[in-house]
Design a protein around this ligand. Structure first.
Ligand code: APR
Length: 414
């Protein structure tokens, strides 16, 4: 399917000056995060030729620590395609989470409230590592260090993508049938769509989080969401040696204001239990970032022959652990729609955006609810909203029906 001929760049519309290699594939996938790698693996398994273009090195994408909570339906999808072997061996299954309010623990067994389904805790970079290996082992074409990637002709039946090989400096033009834009929020795919063709819905929550990754074994078996008068604190799980913590902070705060001693002092204070012994295990901090809580959705998730998936199309607050799961859902839907196209039906491609957006908005609504609830003790906007958030939390902790709804949202609908 693929060809690589050296031609003069003057023959190639829209390409940079200098010698240009020309290649051909059916689907050009931009970005090797969870979305792009799942699209590529599923296409490969169905025998649909694709090329993945990733701006960073393999080492970079395999070490980039991000999310870690995987919904049961995503694990099942990966298993079905033979992509979950290491995940199922290494990942911990989780069934409960814990809210700490006024120094008291309230556990929710969300698994019991939703038919025994369980989350898996598996760091995103481990999943990315598995997906890169699976794709390359199957003979997949993944080009790292692809610089200046640019899609062209998206509103035609013959789009193409140009990029510069980071190692050789050579420009390549890749002709294709479709472009899968899986290059995250700051990627080039969505930015290539003409102004006005897509509608953007965006929301700033007015809440900042200091995100901390520490080489510290978990001090808990379940994720902790702690409400404290000084702000929210979270203890998330990653592995037996690494934990993620979050501390609510002012929007636009700087990590310079958060020396390690202050991080640990605030975590000890906000996670403390009143009537029980509990120890927070410290460890070297390996990453600190300030996140401003924001939500963003673009509609539709396609333009001409470009289909957006994952963070390229939507950003969600990290509170419900949905970002990676939505990326995986989009990727599965996009791959099946592209495979159906080559089998003669465009119905799934036609419905791709609407199908994905239904799940995206359900998740946005849940994460908005959860964002308001866990920040109830501070910066809820007004004392009225603060009281509403407390009422929601009380409902969740006292009503089996409310717990069942939470469980369905938290675990993700099948
Ligand atoms: N050219 C080529 N590659 C690019 C470009 C570009 N112009 N811009 C970005 N990329 C690559 C990034 O280096 C990254 O590897 O696209 C990939 C996008 O991956 P992610 O940001 O992980 O996005 P996605 O695959 O949609 O996964 C969403 O990742 O951001 C987290 O928490 C989020 O869990 C969610 C998940």
């Amino acid at each position: 399917m693929r060809s690589q001929d050296l031609v003069d760049s003057s023959l190639v519309t829209g390409a940079a000056a200098g010698p240009v290699r020309v290649g051909r594939t059916r689907v050009a996938v931009i970005g090797a995060g969870p979305a792009g790698l799942i699209v590529a693996n599923l296409l490969r398994k169905a025998g649909v030729d694709c090329v993945v273009l990733e701006r960073h090195t393999r080492a970079h994408v395999e070490q980039r620590a991000r999310a870690g909570l995987i919904e049961p339906r995503v694990v099942e999808m990966l298993r079905r395609f033979g992509l979950a072997d290491r995940l199922l061996r290494m990942a911990d299954a989780h069934t409960t989470c814990e809210f700490r309010i006024d120094g008291r623990r309230h556990e929710i067994n969300y698994s019991a409230a939703h038919g025994g389904r369980r989350h898996y805790v598996y760091p995103q970079q481990e999943l990315v590592t598995d997906l890169v290996a699976a794709f390359l082992d199957a003979g997949g074409d993944l080009r790292f260090q692809a610089a200046d990637v640019r899609p062209h002709g998206l509103d035609t039946d013959r789009p193409w993508v140009t990029y510069v090989d980071g190692a050789t400096g050579e420009t390549t033009r890749l002709d294709c049938d479709f472009v899968a834009g899986c290059d995250g929020f700051h990627g080039v795919s969505r930015a290539s769509v003409p102004a006005g063709a897509l509608t953007e819905h965006s929301h700033e929550h007015g809440i900042g989080w200091l995100s901390v990754l520490a080489e510290a074994p978990p001090s808990t078996k379940a994720i902790i969401y702690a409400l404290h008068p000084d702000g929210f604190a979270g203890h998330m799980l990653r592995s037996s040696t690494v934990s993620r913590f979050y501390l609510q902070c002012p929007v636009g705060d700087s990590v310079d204001n958060w020396p390690d001693e202050r991080v640990w002092a605030e975590l000890h204070k906000r996670l403390a239990l009143r009537d029980e012994d509990w120890t927070l295990t410290e460890g070297p901090i390996i990453e600190k970032r300030v996140l401003d809580m924001r939500s963003f959705v673009v509609e539709p998730m396609s333009y001409g022959r470009l289909y957006l998936a994952g963070d390229a199309a939507h950003i969600i607050t990290p509170v419900g652990g949905k970002g990676m799961n939505l990326a995986a859902h989009d990727a599965e839907r996009l791959a099946e729609a592209l495979v159906a196209h080559y089998e003669g039906s465009d119905a799934l491609l036609h419905d791709y955006s609407a199908t994905c957006l239904r799940r995206v908005w359900r998740s946005q609504e849940f994460c908005q609810w959860m964002t308001e609830v866990i920040h109830a003790s501070r910066d809820a906007g007004s004392s009225f909203r603060q009281r509403l958030a407390v009422a929601r939390l009380e409902h969740l902790l006292t009503s089996p029906a409310a717990a069942a709804v939470f469980a369905e949202n938290y675990l993700g609908q099948d």
